[in-house]
Write a protein that binds this ligand. Structure first.
Ligand code: FAD
Ligand code: EPU
Length: 337
């Protein structure tokens, strides 16, 4: 175990925020993860678990041990007539796993192409895009109990997946380190092309016959057309979740703002936060080193030397203005540290 001191986290978060970790180590195996947690216990500190840093906002130096998870491995552990059961190490880069699945004709995650981050973080907020969430292909996960250092297995229901939610963000927050995830991927694809601009993009790309790769390419093209690449402009994807409001509230708003988009769900009407934020005049605004992306107002950006505290303050202003105009609360998707 190699513990480094006073390490800048700028390269380890996609917002590119320059905060310091008092201690820093990389865990490539479950054994080294256990060692690092035990070391931290002796120091009286609670370590912070880091994947690709694509869903965090650093607002302060971290006076603790940051453990970056790089546990590797992609293995088919079982096969039935319908499914491959694939166990994937928490440190595997999500999009690399998607590409490997496409190569092997393992179907189910092609719509989730190009989402940044690691496989281990994917259940944390039940990542989703273009009509698919990981709960749709999830079998179980193995997680290390940080107190007992025992490995425990969680099935789908135990994870309490919801829209950008899981039990690991709530009751079990900070209690477990996810070490591997087992996915249930189809042998015979079930294509999902109904969402957003997928169909139109497939046509534009000249696709005659659907395939996992064609869908993946379409999703990649759409994402690249609207989301900023963190390598060029710091960001963490959607900063806020899309809110769900009651039908009455939606009707009330629709009378005043006839163009307000809304999508019925079991809980009410989901309204795009991007639309609400744009209507409040934030789209494309820049304040020094930080701002709101010009193509997608749900994405807050760091142009270079922005501070996490300033992004947090901007987010609060945006939330307040949306509430004042529409009486709708929008909540961050990003994890503040
Ligand atoms: P990190 O940011 O490192 O960590 C996120 C949280 O999970 C932290 O609280 C961390 O402590 C915890 N954590 C990380 N790994 C583990 C582990 N192994 N065990 C326990 N806890 C852990 N998300 C979507 O759902 N859909 C999208 O379409 C999408 N698009 C994005 C586009 C861009 C350009 C960006 C920058 C982000 C996007 N995101 C999207 C958000 C992000 O990619 C996901 O939330 C991703 O799963 C985060 O993975 P990570 O490894 O970077 O996690
Ligand atoms: N919109 C505007 N103005 C804009 C852009 C969008 O008003 O400039 C409105 C439009 O009505 C549009 C709607 O917002 O139809 C939805 O926009 P988009 O399709 O870009 O999706 P989103 O709701 O902004 C969500 C996820 C993304 C995911 C995409 C595709 C959330 C919080 N975000 O974005 O996830 O990739 O759908 O499924 O649910 C992330 O979580 O980080 C993320 C990027």
């Amino acid at each position: 175990m190699n513990i480094q001191e006073n390490i800048s986290l700028k390269a380890f978060n996609t917002f590119g925020i320059d905060k310091i970790a008092r201690f820093f180590t990389i865990a490539r195996t479950v054994e080294s993860l256990k060692e690092a947690i035990t070391w931290a216990k002796h120091q009286g500190i609670k370590p912070l678990i880091l994947g690709g840093g694509s869903n965090i906002l650093l607002t302060q130096n971290l006076n603790t041990l940051v453990i970056k998870i790089e546990i590797d491995g992609i293995e088919v552990i079982e096969e039935t007539q319908e499914f491959y059961f694939v166990e994937v190490g928490a440190g595997v880069i999500w999009h690399e796993f998607v590409l490997k699945s496409i190569e092997n004709n393992w179907a189910g995650i092609e719509n989730l192409s190009l989402i940044p981050g690691t496989v281990g973080a994917s259940p944390m907020q039940n990542i989703g895009a273009y009509g698919v969430e990981i709960k749709d292909v999830f079998h179980s996960l193995k997680a290390l109990n940080r107190e007992t250092l025992q490995m425990e297995q969680f099935e789908g229901l135990q994870c309490q997946f919801g829209y950008r939610e899981s039990v690991f963000k709530h009751e079990l927050k900070g209690n477990y380190v996810i070490c591997s995830v087992i996915f249930q991927l189809r042998k015979k694809p079930e294509y999902h092309t109904e969402y957003g601009a997928i169909q139109e993009t497939l046509e534009n790309l000249g696709v005659k016959e659907l395939s996992l790769r064609a869908i993946s390419n379409a999703v990649i093209a759409i994402r690249q057309s609207k989301l900023p690449d963190p390598k060029e402009i710091g960001n963490a994807g959607s900063f806020f979740k899309n809110p769900t409001i009651t039908s009455d509230h939606y009707q009330f708003l629709k009378n005043i703002y006839p163009s307000i988009p809304g999508y019925p769900t079991l809980e009410g009407i989901k309204v795009p936060a991007a639309w609400l934020i744009e209507q409040c005049g934030w789209k494309g605004k820049r304040f020094g080193e930080i701002g709101i992306h010009a193509k997608q107002p749900l994405v807050l950006v760091n142009y270079g030397d922005g501070e996490g505290e300033d992004i947090k303050a901007l987010a609060l202003q945006i939330q307040q203005s949306v509430f004042e105009k529409f009486q709708v609360e929008i909540h961050p998707e990003v994890n503040f540290l």
